[in-house]
Ligand binder design. Structure first.
Ligand SMILES: [Zn+2]
Ligand SMILES: [Zn+2]
Length: 276
């Protein structure tokens, strides 16, 4: 996987694409009572590291993805005034339970897109591998079926955010804005800056990482960083040249370009597939 990435391809790509094999999942369910067997029958290779998120409706917005407020006119209540900050528009509880048994919705959503799902899981494991070199241990992936979730900024827990975004930005110092300016200038749908979309901030992070690599910079040791970065102590990347590390944002951008979502990354990488 090359780390060169044309960000403009994200401005025009189809997020949440239509299934490539509509009906494949439903046919497998009709033939197999067992949902795990049905999913395997669609052609998706079984993987013990693959889990399934069972949707619990967001308690804050009751699944709407938006919340009401007195917004413009302070005397008039407006339904759906703001996006729900708890579920980031998805309408799903962020901590919906995960296990290794698919719902019917998983069999249909994944079974109708087996080739794309297989490719995206490959990107996800590449991302896991790259994050591992930065001190983030992810051991499984889990699929959620649902509406798009508006994410991008808070995908990974703080120590990894510091490792993947704060450090390159700090190393670039006063040049940082020059590096990200062209990225922020890319327009997406409706002529609004692509950086304003859920995944836009990560394009800048990718560009920063590429630039510190091009400059031959080295990942700092913990004692070279201000105290607020103490979470990076013992980071396996410490002291290594960026040329020996791999840009963690590259596989993330590939997942998005394939039309799939990433909800969150902790010990599990939670992937999202669109369903009607
Ligand atoms: Zn896109
Ligand atoms: Zn909500």
């Amino acid at each position: 996987m090359t780390d060169e990435f044309d960000y403009t391809t994200l401005a025009t790509c189809t997020m949440w694409p239509e299934p490539t094999d509509p009906g494949r999942g439903a046919a497998a369910l009709a033939e197999h009572g067992d949902r795990a067997a049905a999913l395997a029958a669609t052609g998706l290779t079984p993987d013990p590291r693959r889990g399934f998120v069972h949707r619990v409706v967001c308690g804050t917005c009751k699944g709407a993805g938006t919340v009401g407020a007195y917004s413009g006119d302070l005397t008039e209540w407006e339904d759906n005034a703001y996006t729900c900050g708890h579920c980031h528009c998805s309408g799903d509880e962020p901590d919906s339970p995960v296990d290794d048994v698919p719902d019917e919705a998983h069999v249909i959503a994944l079974g109708d897109r087996v080739d794309a799902v297989t490719e995206v899981e490959g990107f996800a494991w590449e991302l896991v591998d790259r994050l591992g070199a930065l001190g983030c241990a992810v051991t499984r992936l889990a699929w959620q079926v649902g509406r798009p979730r508006n994410t991008g900024w808070y995908l990974v827990p703080y120590p990894v955010t510091a490792a993947t975004s704060t450090v390159p930005s700090r190393l670039l110092g006063k040049d940082d804005f020059e590096v990200v300016k062209p990225v922020y200038a890319i327009k997406g749908e409706g002529d609004s800056p692509l950086s304003m979309t859920g995944h836009g901030g990560n394009l800048a992070q990718h560009a920063r990482w590429q630039e510190v690599t091009r400059r031959g910079l080295r990942y700092p040791d913990a004692d070279e960083l201000p105290k607020i970065y103490k979470t990076l102590a013992g980071n396996p990347a410490a002291g290594k040249p960026f040329t020996e590390l791999r840009n963690p944002y590259t596989p993330l951008l590939h997942i998005w370009r394939a039309g799939f979502g990433v909800d969150y990354i902790d010990d599990t990488i939670k992937l999202r597939v669109h369903a009607k």
